[in-house]
Ligand binder design. Structure first.
Ligand code: PMP
Length: 361
């Protein structure tokens, strides 16, 4: 028996539960459990990946200058204040590594992304969950939980798995009230799905202690490439770069992300198709007694009578080859999260849930 024991707290870290992608005994499945882009990446990103193969003998850029320039151009941001990571997960981790440790507290909200408490524990800090109100982040609840030990507050806007937005004025109120010793991280993984929304960039420019994180995994369809980025005050970016591995992003990932962000036509296509299909999906499901909040994202959170009905529906969908996400682990017991797929996927979901509810599909 080995005498080697892990560091204190390591075994308290929950293993991340990702979206399921297989169903035993079902050959052809449609995966609607991880909020991926059903249309795939931009054809230009695929071409860039192919082209990158010829130079795989070379190390990738350490400073990601070309990708940061492309992000800066697209969003009107100073590239020097951008940092890139292996998914936005890694950027969130940089923040925790650099700013929190044993004895510190990290606040996240009841239905917040499950990586926040995992990341807090990874650095030895204590995660503290704060209640939401009717699936909306409640700023007063957050402020009531802040102590002298609070180092980071994570909020997601729009939320996952709630799909709801935090009003701008509420975020300003939160940023204004937080002590200067506490960072506020605005996670904008789904920001691109909201029309005319800066994802929190203006907040970063106004408040020194606000960090915005973004991802290429959602609207850009590059979940498999693992590219995310953060935007913050120069002083914070300078700190975060010290905990970043020099070659954290592969040459291929950098090429794909840069080509994707430069392809604005494809982005517009994905945005409008998602908006159209999302509205149709939620309206059709509401008609058969399965309501959802108005969604600002590429998924909807549908509600059932109770947890038993939500789970029975999930089981039924699986028999039809449709994999959606259970969210009981996010304190949403009677709900399922369904990624907005392509037209065929949406039609199949509506037909299956209609049949489940006893209607004719
Ligand atoms: N934040 C939120 C709210 C998410 O839903 C996700 C992905 N599920 C992430 C961050 C991490 O995304 P990635 O690491 O793929 O950029």
């Amino acid at each position: 028996m080995t005498k080697i024991t892990p560091q204190p707290g390591i075994m308290d870290i929950a293993l991340y539960q990702g979206g399921q992608s297989h169903v035993a005994g079902v050959k052809h499945v449609i995966k609607l459990s991880s909020n991926e882009n059903p249309f795939g990446p931009s054809p230009k990103a695929i071409e860039a990946v192919r082209d990158s193969a010829a130079t795989l003998n070379r190390y990738p850029s350490t400073d990601h200058a070309s990708l940061r320039d492309a992000i800066g151009t697209r969003h009107g941001l100073n590239p020097a204040r951008i940092i890139c990571g292996v998914g936005s997960d890694e950027v969130l981790q940089f923040v925790a590594q650099a700013y929190a440790g044993p004895g510190d507290e990290v606040i996240y909200t009841e239905h917040g992304f499950s990586m926040y408490p995992i990341i807090a524990r990874m650095v030895g800090a204590t995660p503290l969950m704060v209640a939401e109100k009717n699936r909306h982040v409640d700023v007063d609840n957050i402020l009531a939980a802040v102590t002298d030990q609070t180092r980071i507050v994570f909020v997601t806007n729009p939320g996952n798995p709630t799909s709801t937005m935090i009003p701008e004025a509420e975020l300003v109120r939160l940023a204004e009230a937080l002590p200067q010793t506490c960072l506020m991280v605005v996670d904008g993984a789904y920001a691109e799905f909201v029309a005319d929304f800066d994802g929190g960039a203006a907040l970063v420019d106004r408040f020194e202690n606000v960090v915005m994180t973004r991802t290429f995994s959602k609207i850009y369809g590059l979940g498999g490439m693992r590219v995310g980025w953060g935007y913050a005050a120069q002083s914070i970016i300078d700190v975060l770069n010290r905990v970043r591995q020099p070659f954290n992003l592969s040459l291929t990932a950098l090429a794909a992300a840069e080509a994707a962000i430069r392809d604005e036509d494809y982005l517009t296509f994905c945005h409008s198709e998602n908006a159209r299909l999302r509205v149709w999906l939620s309206e059709e499901l509401a008609k058969v007694g399965v309501p959802s909040d108005a969604s600002c994202t590429n998924f909807i959170l549908v509600r059932f009578e109770d947890q038993a009905e939500a789970e029975a529906c999930d089981d039924y969908l699986k028999t039809k080859g449709l994999i959606v996400r259970r969210v009981a682990g996010y304190n949403l017991l009677n709900a399922l999260r369904i990624t907005v797929g392509d037209e065929e996927a949406c039609r199949r979901v509506v037909a299956a849930i209609t049949a489940f509810k006893g209607g004719v599909a």
